[in-house]
Design a protein around this ligand. Structure first.
Ligand SMILES: O=C(O)CCC(=O)C(=O)O
Length: 336
């Protein structure tokens, strides 16, 4: 049985995402930054290896996530509902999207994590100190990686863009709105939508998975490309809507989804790097490399865009972005 897939879809499995070796940025930073910019322009997705996130930090987070999802449903539900933070099962977001997924959505601010574990009515872990240390350690390490990638992007985009520190400043800000989502897709003996098609609204996403396939990206309408989970030590990085807007669509924010067809459970951890809610997102069109000389979007705050995201269904990507597009100039009146 195939649940939730459209009949007319095509699968293209002859494509591999670019793999960027971050170690090579030590000897040739400008070549690495150009490779990343090219990947962001062409595919909106790439993998990074030699990324510097320590193995034990990843393992510790994976173990805590595994412990959480292995608990009986009634216990996991004590960490819910996801409104938006906390435990969610099958219901994704607030607009009725469904998927064969369980998740735990966390704000990454250490104060939020501590107060979620100790002062809220959501119960996540018996050993909350271990859980807290794992999340804080993981978030710190992946934020560094996100900042390194954003710095390389800023350098690769060249002088016409805000300096690299502008991108990373938004993520390092104590008020930044970065979130971590731990996902668990149960095994199945048919084909099921685990996470419906969507783009990520934030700036940049760093995704780790346990090596079980399922992630697919759509580089053209109706065609899906499975992302091979190799090499296992890699992070998958993707451009979110905010970075697409900031580069005036020089970068693409690409639709992706998870389709489960495995007897093994897929687990993933997605870190979404986002600015503070009141940060202004402005698109930069003043670059001779930019194919779009006029700004496509008006300025807006991340908070406004986040609200628009929560008010749409997952797949309504065009609708939520259109809301922030510059009005089209009126057509000239016909001459007499
Ligand atoms: O689990 C995955 O591979 C993708 C997850 C995802 O797209 C998300 O959490 O937004």
């Amino acid at each position: 049985m195939v649940v939730g897939l459209r009949m007319e879809e095509k699968i293209r499995d002859d494509f591999q995402l670019p793999i960027i070796d971050l170690l090579s940025s030590k000897s040739n930073r400008s070549a690495t930054s150009k490779q990343i910019v090219k990947a962001c322009e062409e595919y909106g997705f790439f993998k990074v290896i030699n990324h510097g996130v320590p193995h034990h930090i990843i393992t510790q987070m994976e173990e805590e996530a595994h412990k959480f999802f292995s608990k009986p449903l009634s216990e996991k539900q004590r960490a819910g509902p996801a409104n938006p933070y906390g435990y969610g099962c099958k219901n994704i977001g607030l607009k009725g999207d469904m998927g064969e997924v369980e998740y735990l959505l966390l704000q990454t601010n250490p104060h939020f994590i501590t107060s979620l574990l100790h002062n809220s009515n959501k119960y996540i872990s018996q050993d909350s100190n271990n859980f807290r240390c794992a999340v804080i350690g993981y978030v710190e390490a992946v934020r560094e990686l996100a900042c390194e990638v954003l710095d390389l992007i800023g350098e690769g985009l060249g002088g016409a863009y805000p300096p690299s520190s502008h991108f990373t400043g938004l993520i390092r800000d104590v008020e930044s709105d970065c979130v971590l989502r731990l996902n668990h897709y149960p095994p199945c003996d048919d084909v099921r939508i685990g996470f419906g098609e969507h783009t990520d609204p934030q700036m940049l996403t760093l995704l780790r998975s346990n090596g079980v396939e399922g992630l697919e990206i759509s580089l053209e309408e109706g065609v899906w490309v499975p992302v091979k989970p190799h090499p296992e030590s890699a992070f998958c990085v993707n451009v979110g809507d905010v970075l697409k807007v900031m580069t005036n669509e020089r970068f693409v924010s690409v639709k992706h989804r998870v389709v489960m067809k495995s007897y093994k459970a897929r687990r993933s951890m997605a870190y979404f790097a986002a600015p503070p809610l009141d940060a202004t997102i402005t698109c930069n069109s003043h670059s001779h490399n930019n194919p779009n000389p006029n700004p496509i979007y008006r300025s807006f705050t991340w908070g406004e865009y986040k609200k628009a995201t929560y008010s749409c269904r997952l797949g309504d990507v065009t609708a939520r972005l259109n809301h922030f597009k510059m009005p089209l100039s009126p057509l000239p009146l016909p001459e007499d």
